[in-house]
Structures are given as structure tokens and as C-alpha cells.
Design a protein around this ligand. Structure first.
Ligand code: HPA
Length: 289
């Protein structure tokens, strides 16, 4: 049978896709040598200055390093800071007697992807809950609400880098963590909204412009997202759910609404703190079960 140019093209595509999947799954996290406070050398990953064993299997992931510190100081006991590389802090402590780490991730898919990879591949993280802020998208979502991402849609290329154009892979929460979080919230009498969110690469995009990239001249892209039930917008959850799927570990994204794309409202830094606490309580009670 003759092999046509078209066949070769297809075969090359499949090979490239296979290579991409392989790379995503098995790429070794490069390790480096770091000095501790006593000046002793130890092996760490490139972006996290922890020894293997210093990070718990259960990890909360705020984007903001200062928030990581606030969570550790206010919710955990026996707190130990294991990293400050780039001022992206990480802490391990105990919540109700269980070891939990709080690792800041920075903002956006590329930044969180670095931390996810090293946490999972080098330090053995098994349960990961992102605790972040989001922008409210739908009319029924309000400032300070807590949103839990049952699924996440994304404009990031991260899914294509694994599955090419062959598959629109579904990015979903771990069901056990999701159902636990919903139950915990009910028990604590903290209302939550569970559904689909969008993870975007650009915080400042043109999705609110009817003549923007995906507007149709009359309606904005955000109008369409609302129509399709998107509750909120954030910038990291696609990476969380994709890395978790690739490594067969459990992940969940929980967010507090800090601004609203329809009403253009913003919460103050003080309000941010108190509404943030509800989300942290839900996340910690969920992760220790
Ligand atoms: N857009 C994207 N990410 C966000 C937002 C937003 O409005 N608010 C908090 N994270």
C-alpha cells in the first residue's frame, strides 16, 4: 500500500501528540541543590526550596503568597515555612491534627503549572485544593459568594498541548472532594455555587466588547458564556484539573468572588479577608476528611 503525503502528515501529527502527552505526563521535575538556614546543602525542586517530606500530601493553593502566610498563621498550628523562592511562600502545619501545606502559586496557568508539577512529581502531593478569587460572570453570582468549580472551560492552550485538536478534554473536579466540599458548606451553613467556570489567559481581555475577538457585533463573548452557564472567571483552574488528571491525583477549585464583570463592583481588601475565611474553612474541612 502506498503511503501518501497526507498519511505521513497524519502519522507525524499522531507522533507529535504522543510525544506531547508523554512529556506532560512523565517529564522529570529538575532538581537543584539549596542551602538551609544552617548552610547545609539539600536537594529541592527548582522553584520550591523544600526537602522531600516537608510538604504534606494535602495542599491548599492560594495564588497570593501573602494570603498563603495569612492562612498558615490563622488556621494552622505547628507552622513551618519551607520555601520563599521568588517570595512565593510555602508552609506546612496542622489543621485539626492533620498535616496540611499551603503553597502559593502566583497568577495564571504557566505559574501554577510550575508549582503543580513540582508538588506532584517531586513532593508527592495527592490532594490539591485551589483557594483563590474569581470574577463573577452570571447574574445570580454576587460579590463575596463562594464558587466551586465542578468543571472548567478554558481559552488557554494548555489542553491542546496535551490532546492537540483531536479532543476537547473535559476538565473536571475530583468528585469525592467536590461532594465533600458541598456537604461541608451545607453543614457550616455557608452557601456555595457549584458549576462551570472559565479559566482565561488574559485578565484584561476584550470579552466584554461586542466587537471584540469573539463578540458577534451585538452580544459580547461574556454574554455567550453567561448563556451557557459559566458562573465565574479565574486564571488557574484549567491547569489544576489537567495536571491532576495527568497524575491521577485529586483536585478541586474553590473561589471567592472579588469583582463582578456585569456590575463592575469590587470588594474592598478588608471585605476580601472575611469572605475569604469561609472559603478556607470549607477547603480545610474538605481536605482533611
Ligand atoms: N478575571 C480573571 N481572573 C480573576 C478575576 C477576573 O475578573 N477576578 C479574580 N480573578
Amino acid at each position: 500500500m502506498d503511503i501518501t503525503r497526507r498519511d505521513l502528515f497524519k502519522m507525524a501529527g499522531v507522533a507529535a501528540l504522543g510525544a506531547a502527552i508523554g512529556q506532560f505526563n512523565v517529564a522529570q521535575a529538575a532538581k537543584t541543590t539549596t542551602k538551609n538556614d544552617e548552610g547545609e546543602n539539600f536537594m529541592s525542586s527548582i522553584h520550591i526550596a523544600a526537602k522531600v517530606g516537608e510538604i504534606a500530601e494535602r495542599v491548599l493553593l492560594p495564588g497570593d503568597p501573602v494570603r498563603a502566610k495569612i492562612i498558615a498563621e490563622n488556621f494552622l498550628t505547628d507552622v513551618h515555612q519551607y520555601t520563599a523562592i521568588r517570595n512565593i511562600f510555602g508552609f506546612t502545619g496542622k489543621y485539626k491534627g492533620e498535616r496540611v501545606s499551603i503553597q502559593a502559586t502566583g497568577m495564571g496557568v504557566p505559574s501554577i503549572s510550575i508549582y503543580l508539577h513540582e508538588l506532584i512529581e517531586v513532593y508527592g502531593a495527592k490532594k490539591l485544593i485551589r483557594v483563590g478569587t474569581c470574577g463573577g460572570m452570571k447574574e445570580n453570582i454576587h460579590l463575596r459568594d463562594v464558587v466551586i468549580a465542578q468543571g472548567v472551560s478554558t481559552d488557554s492552550s494548555i489542553v491542546k498541548q496535551v490532546f492537540g485538536d483531536v479532543l476537547n478534554f473535559s476538565l473536571i473536579a475530583d468528585f469525592e472532594l467536590l461532594s465533600r466540599a458541598a456537604n461541608v458548606a451545607k453543614k457550616l451553613n455557608l452557601p456555595v455555587n457549584v458549576g462551570n467556570v472559565i479559566c482565561v489567559d488574559l485578565f484584561y481581555n476584550d470579552y466584554d466588547d461586542p466587537n471584540g475577538t469573539f463578540g458577534d457585533g451585538k452580544n459580547t463573548f461574556n454574554d455567550k458564556l453567561r448563556r451557557y452557564g459559566i458562573l465565574a472567571v479565574e486564571m488557574e483552574c484549567a491547569a489544576l484539573y489537567l495536571h491532576a488528571a495527568a497524575a491521577n491525583v485529586q483536585a478541586l477549585g474553590i473561589f471567592t468572588v472579588s469583582d463582578h464583570l456585569l456590575t463592575k463592583e469590587l470588594i474592598t481588601p478588608e471585605e476580601r479577608q472575611s469572605s475569604f475565611n469561609d472559603m478556607i474553612k470549607i477547603a480545610l474541612e474538605t481536605i482533611i476528611q
